[in-house]
Design a protein around this ligand. Structure first.
Ligand SMILES: [Mg+2]
Length: 296
């Protein structure tokens, strides 16, 4: 093991790195966020595709981990056709929406399930073939599924159904509760966090199937015998990618592409590490490393 391949000591603050190759030797499994790390919805970030190839060539296990509102198949097809990242570029892709879909399908098979679904145009196809019954009133549903909202929409546009669902005590299932989202057309925009947080604050039960909650990590590491300290999560969001990794005892690398630089308020790793080591950032959100991008 080279000096650079030693795991970063816990508690010593985030460490700036220039490229992933500086630290890759310390890890066996690489969990890679998709949006904001591999691409911005329109184009791949420079070096991202080569980094996947380099990790695979070094014998690393590479799992793409996405808080997406779409199935694994849709994510894989989009990666291949829009970005040229085919199935040979990684070992597996885990989508939180697929886990949500699986949970609904299991419930539907057991007892039937009535769903009030909130989704931006097209995303509601996630529920096709699940066997659930769609209803138009959250009070008549067994649960609310919040997949996505239309561009520019936020809490204000959704207060009506939220209040009706909350009064009825319906569980709110979502594939993410991210504060920020990377949009192909609008850059870094608000995610579902405000809506989910408002529901929870009103006493509504919430189930997030995405990072930082545990279901995606269980799926990503299923069948792998790897100690948590040999796992590195690469992401652009502190509250989901970094916090989720820390909860599981994984190392984490924040990249300053996607929402990373905007969230931290710094565009290069050394400055970002100073901000992240400061008193305004809770320990639970401090990554092990900060890199300018996914480049190897
Ligand atoms: Mg991301």
């Amino acid at each position: 093991m080279t000096a650079d391949a030693r795991p970063h000591a816990a508690g010593s603050g985030p460490r700036p790195i220039a490229r992933l190759s500086e630290i890759a030797g310390a890890y066996d499994v690489f969990l890679v966020d998709q949006w904001g790390v591999l691409h911005d919805g329109v184009a791949l970030y420079p070096g991202a595709q080569d980094a996947l190839a380099d990790l695979m060539a070094h014998g690393k296990r590479v799992v793409l981990l996405t808080n997406s509102s779409k199935t694994v198949a849709v994510n894989e097809a989009r990666l291949a056709t829009r970005f040229g990242v085919g199935r040979a570029s990684y070992h597996a892709l885990v989508s939180s929406a697929e886990l949500l879909r699986d949970a609904l399908a299991a419930r539907a098979a057991r007892a039937g399930v009535r769903v009030f679904c909130v989704a931006d145009a097209g995303d509601e196809v996630l529920l096709d073939g699940v066997g659930c019954t769609r209803v138009d009133d959250p009070a008549e549903a067994d649960c609310v599924v919040l997949l996505s909202v239309a561009p520019g929409e936020g809490l204000d546009e959704h207060r009506g159904w939220l209040e009706r669902a909350r009064v009825a005590g319906r569980p709110l299932l979502s594939p993410s509760a991210d504060a920020l989202s990377v949009s192909a057309t609008r850059g870094v925009v608000a995610g579902l966090a405000a809506i989910v947080a408002a529901y929870a604050a009103g006493g509504g039960p919430c189930v997030n199937f995405g990072k930082p909650e545990g279901a995606v990590y269980d799926a990503a590491l299923a069948g792998l015998d790897v100690p948590p300290e040999r796992v590195l999560m690469i992401g652009d969001q502190l509250e989901s990618d970094v916090a989720g990794a820390r909860r599981r005892g994984f190392a984490s690398c924040l990249v300053l592409t996607g929402a990373g630089a905007a969230r931290v308020g710094a565009t290069e790793p050394r400055t970002a590490c100073r901000v992240l080591a400061g008193p305004n950032v809770p320990e639970a959100l401090r990554p092990t490393y900060v890199a300018p991008s996914m480049a190897f």
